[in-house]
Write a protein that binds this ligand. Structure first.
Ligand code: NAD
Ligand code: GDD
Length: 349
């Protein structure tokens, strides 16, 4: 913790099924899955907000109030949080390395979303506010080697995050910490490590490695040309968190008073190289591809893993879906989408 955020924590009344939860970025991957998670858990009043037109939302849950609003505009944020008890901010202009290396300004501009949303939440008397930060907030100097040690929460400082996107996340974290320290809004900050699963972006330029590799394998099989182009030399390492672990973790973090204004890793600690990732997808698909490496493609850091010591200590839990298990579900979901698109159909559910 680089700033003093100590305050007396007053207990909240228990959360009721009729309390209004607001989830932003709900037309996207994690937000959409989070809406579904809370509906399944029995919450009756959920407001889902995204700037995308409704037909483009990845998930639309029945019985949810869906609003199409651009949250970089303050007035829209005020409308979005009216009557809310809890706000989950999953809205950001983001993507995998292909997007965040190319569109740094777009990524930085997401600061407007959090800036206006947290102010609106505080003014509206919201009880708890969640911010989706990223492992990209960590000092990149600690991630220069594929065997780099796993990142613990204190590794964000001294600050040297990923250009553009990482700076936006770090600055928004500071907003969350100061809104608690100065104004008493209970804020929660999770640093997600690469999340994958059904309903994630799988093409178009924003997709991350797991979905991209699944799609490339499916395309190769479909073309009958068993070759794949991998960005970088394939020796980069990452850990990948399955979406079910992510939404469960968000819920746990948001309702843990020990974590108020305290950034915490939410990621898997199963480290693999990108070559390993390709091998796993090949195994699932039942093929072996000829690998070609594009050394000019976006690569990001050389190695990144999540040190889960803190989350295990505070929550007695860590994301633990084995990569092969999560990838299998994801691969088949992407294959279904791919085939549906080829036949001119659009699959949502
Ligand atoms: P996503 O792109 O699928 O969803 C983000 C959603 O935010 C999109 O639907 C987009 O339309 C919406 N959005 C963008 N600008 C908006 C605006 N001005 N107003 C309203 N909505 C807007 O991304 P995701 O994977 O679901 O990520 C959710 C959050 O988690 C983001 O904050 C992201 O930075 C963070 N995160 C994700 C990952 C990951 O691996 N998926 C990793 C680290 C952090
Ligand atoms: N996207 C993508 N597509 N990446 C590929 C591909 C491909 O076809 N082939 C190899 N890679 C390599 C990239 O070069 C990179 O080294 C690695 O796979 C991981 O790429 P991504 O999944 O795109 O991103 P990331 O892990 O560097 O960063 C992601 O995770 C962060 C959280 O940990 C991004 O989504 C960030 O936005 C996110 O905050």
């Amino acid at each position: 913790m680089i700033i003093d955020t100590k305050r007396v924590v007053e207990p909240d009344p228990p959360l009721q099924p009729d309390d209004l939860l607001v989830i932003t970025g709900a037309g996207g991957f994690i937000g959409g899955n989070l809406v579904r998670y809370f509906r399944k858990k029995g919450f009756r009043r959920i407001r889902a907000v995204d700037k995308k037109p409704l037909p483009q939302w990845y998930i639309r849950e029945p019985g949810v109030e869906n609003l199409c609003l651009d949250l970089s505009i303050e007035e829209n944020c005020r409308r979005a949080v009216e009557g809310a008890v809890e706000v989950y901010n999953l809205a950001a202009d983001m993507g995998g390395m292909g997007f965040i290396e190319r569109y740094r300004v777009e990524c930085l501009r997401s600061i407007l979303i959090n800036t206006h949303l947290i102010e609106s939440a505080w003014r509206a008397g919201v009880r708890r506010y969640f911010f989706s930060s990223s492992a990209c907030a960590y000092n990149i100097q600690l991630q220069q080697d594929p065997n780099a040690r796993a990142l613990k929460e204190s590794d964000a400082y001294p600050a040297w995050p990923e250009r553009g996107y990482g700076w936006e996340k770090l600055m928004s974290e500071i907003f969350c910490q100061e809104y608690w320290a100065e104004r008493g809004l209970k804020t929660f900050i999770a640093r997600f490590h690469n999340v994958y699963g059904p309903y994630g972006t799988w093409d178009g330029g924003r997709e991350k490695a797991p979905a991209a590799i699944c799609r490339k394998v499916i395309e190769a099989i479909d073309r009958g040309d068993l070759r794949i182009t991998i960005w970088g030399d394939g020796r980069q390492t990452r850990s990948f968190m399955y979406i079910d672990d992510c939404v469960y973790g968000i819920d746990r973090i948001m309702h843990c008073d020990e974590l108020i204004a305290t950034p915490i890793n939410l990621g898997s600690s199963e480290l693999v190289s990108i070559n390993d990732l390709v091998s796993l997808v090949e195994k699932i698909a039942g093929v072996t591809l000829k690998r070609e490496y594009d050394l000019n493609a976006p690569r990001g850091v050389a190695g990144r893993n999540s040190d889960n010591t803190f989350i295990k200590k505070v929550l007695g839990w860590e994301p633990s879906t084995p990569l092969e298990q999560g990838l299998r579900v994801t691969y088949h979901w992407i294959k279904e989408q791919y085939e549906a698109r080829k036949q001119g159909r659009h699959v949502v559910e």
